[in-house]
Design a binder for this molecule. Structure first.
Ligand code: PGA
Length: 245
């Protein structure tokens, strides 16, 4: 039985005051799932300080594929590691779309994170036109394959996968639990071809308009191990309700 994991993706939201209130709210109540928040880089030290000693862990929303050097604006995995960062989102669809991250770049970022002890949360997902063209498995299969090709089984064992249909992100349109389960089962099957033990242990999260009122049904599916939560992670009551779903 895999324990549920619920990760908040704050995206480019927050302020010192708002974050402090949100983190106090999240810390105050117990959740059945393991909880994590992925904050903008300038707020990671605040998360480190305020979450110290709590059950809630924190992560970044991106990480450089490069180790160090002349890469203005990039943040290295070693820097995140120094702060005790647990997770880094990798290949979120907003990074793939607005920053032209390819499958190869996403795999390189995941590798770099692992090198410094950070667990990559690797995001995959199809657009609406890809789904309508019946290409969902082709697209997410290709995105996952790049990771399978780059990582050893041991490294794969430290990966969290997130299925986020692009058409469901921030739109209020959630995949039905059956649609999501089908893709999760497909993804787990592909990991299983590589290593059955890793596939059984791997957390595969669903993301895309998860709210307190749809989380219970989504999380009841056998291959959905929790959620990657955008909008609803900015309100502690909603985030905690999802963490208890
Ligand atoms: P959403 O975002 O919950 O606001 O749809 C999810 C995500 O982008 O990770």
């Amino acid at each position: 039985m895999r324990q549920k994991l619920v990760i908040g993706n704050w995206k480019m939201h927050g302020s010192l005051a708002a974050n402090a209130a949100l983190l106090e709210g999240i810390k105050a109540a117990p959740a059945r799932a393991r909880l994590a928040v992925c904050a903008p880089f300038p707020y990671l030290a605040q998360c480190q300080a305020l979450l110290n000693g709590s059950q809630v862990v924190w992560g970044a929303q991106d990480v450089s594929a490069e180790a160090r050097g002349a890469f203005t604006g990039e943040v290295a995995a070693s820097m995140l590691g120094e702060f005790g960062c647990t997770y880094a989102l990798v290949g979120h669809s907003e990074r793939r779309t607005y920053h032209a991250e390819t499958d190869a770049v996403v795999a390189a970022k995941a590798l770099r994170a692992l090198e410094f002890g950070i667990l990559p949360v690797i995001c995959v997902g199809e657009t609406l036109s890809e789904r309508e063209a019946g290409q969902t498995e082709v697209v997410v299969g290709r995105q996952l394959q790049a990771v399978l090709d780059a990582l050893s089984a041991e490294q794969l064992g430290r990966v969290v996968l997130a299925y986020e249909p692009v058409w469901a992100i921030g739109t209020g349109k959630t995949a039905t639990s059956e649609q999501a389960q089908a893709v999760h089962a497909f993804l787990r099957g592909k990991v299983r071809e590589r290593d059955a033990g890793v596939a059984e242990r791997m957390a595969i999260l669903y993301g895309g308009s998860v709210k307190p009122d749809n989380a219970v049904e989504l999380f009841s599916m056998s291959d959905i191990d929790g959620g990657l939560i955008g909008g609803a992670s900015l309100k502690s009551e909603d985030f905690l309700a999802i963490g208890n779903a």
